[in-house]
Design a protein around this ligand. Structure first.
Ligand SMILES: NC(=O)c1ccc[n+]([C@@H]2O[C@H](COP(=O)([O-])OP(=O)(O)OC[C@H]3O[C@@H](n4cnc5c(N)ncnc54)[C@H](OP(=O)(O)O)[C@@H]3O)[C@@H](O)[C@H]2O)c1
Length: 321
């Protein structure tokens, strides 16, 4: 089968190779999937370069433990292990494992009880693949908060994979959402449910008079000190990035001890729960995957370089069909 491979950490143009390798054979508790679409996402970029170094505790200390990169997929079940009862050959499935799943290949295997489930009938492969990584992180951040219907939420970086998912997830919960993005995507942000938008290329949301129950910075371009005055009493600031001097790692403890306005920085977990809830939202028409562009597998290096620029809108698809 054709697969993207790499044997060292590094930049895409230096380490990625499209190769012919052995097709995997599913174990008795696994399914074999013909991958049709996968994304190149920020987690893939971290795993490719081995940075931040902390990631190497999971992905391989000196060199990547997996020959094939890729963390999410959408495809069709081609074979099942003899103990598998929850999937059938021909099922359309999607899923995620953010420590690596070797999904940048024509075929991959996954244990049937991991983060994999059926794709709803109304959803195509690209949209399914684009509903995994960013949605998982957004769901993880939001699931740690006690928010109520009607609460005011600001999402910074709402055009990204995490931000566009976060915007829709909070809107689904009945909150009033303000979204911050670039000029070209303001209409997109409104179409995803934003009640109010800020164009960060023209205005500074930190100078506004509105106050929020939650500020969710899904791009890590702000900080708690810069946003604190925008929070209501007991309001929460959460970011997907570590912030200046990795402050989002220690501010949760300091602000918890002090009381009042708080920072939270949840460690992502439970990919399976995220995938099952995304399948439900997709089936109900309550989530729209945002796709910036699609690359053929031969142009994987260009796909990584574009994602690393930090300028994608939503998700970047690798087409393996
Ligand atoms: N904590 C975790 O577990 C975790 C996991 C995955 C990713 N991350 C991090 O989370 C961040 C977001 O990930 P992602 O996949 O959503 O990234 P992404 O898709 O690259 O999203 C970033 C978005 O923010 C926009 N943007 C850039 N500068 C901005 C600014 N000053 N104000 C508002 N928007 C701005 C970008 O578009 P324009 O530049 O065109 O405006 C882009 O659409 C990344 O920094 C990533 O490393 C964290």
């Amino acid at each position: 089968m054709k697969a993207i491979t790499r044997t060292a950490y590094g930049q895409p143009e230096d380490v990625l190779q499209l190769k012919e390798i052995e097709k995997p054979i599913p174990k008795e508790d696994e399914i074999l999937i013909r991958v049709y679409a996968t994304t190149v996402n920020r987690t893939d970029c971290g795993i490719l370069t081995g940075k931040p170094y902390i990631m190497r505790a999971f992905t391989g200390l000196w060199k990547p433990k997996d020959l094939v990169p890729g963390t999410d997929f959408a495809g069709q079940v081609e074979a099942i292990g003899k103990k598998v009862t929850t999937f059938s050959i021909g099922d359309r499935v999607f899923g995620l494992h953010d420590e690596g799943l070797s999904s940048h290949a024509e075929y991959m295997t996954i244990k049937a009880d991991k983060a994999v489930t059926q794709i709803p009938d109304n959803i195509d492969y690209a949209s399914a693949a684009a509903s995994c990584e960013g949605a998982h992180y957004a769901a993880n951040f939001l699931s740690r908060l006690k928010l109520k219907k009607g609460d005011k939420v600001l999402v910074n970086g709402a055009t990204g994979a995490i931000g566009s998912a976060g915007l829709q997830l909070v809107k689904n919960l009945g909150m009033q959402v303000t979204a911050v993005g670039n000029t070209k995507n303001l209409e997109l942000l409104r179409s995803l449910g934003a009640d109010k938008v800020f164009d960060y290329e023209k205005e500074d949301f930190t100078k506004d008079d509105e106050r929020y129950h939650l500020i969710f910075d899904a791009v890590g371009k702000s900080s708690f000190p810069a946003c604190k005055h925008l929070l209501l009493p007991n309001g929460i600031y959460s970011s997907s990035e570590l912030g200046p001097n990795a402050q989002n790692l220690y501010l949760p403890l300091i602000t918890w001890i002090k009381g009042g306005k708080r920072v939270i920085f949840p460690i992502p977990r439970n990919c399976r729960k995220s995938i099952l809830s995304m399948a439900k939202l997709l089936a109900e028409g309550r989530f729209k995957a945002v796709i910036d562009r699609t690359y053929p597998m031969e142009q994987v290096s260009d796909a990584y370089k574009f994602v690393m620029s930090g300028q994608k809108t939503g998700n970047v698809i690798l087409d393996f069909s």
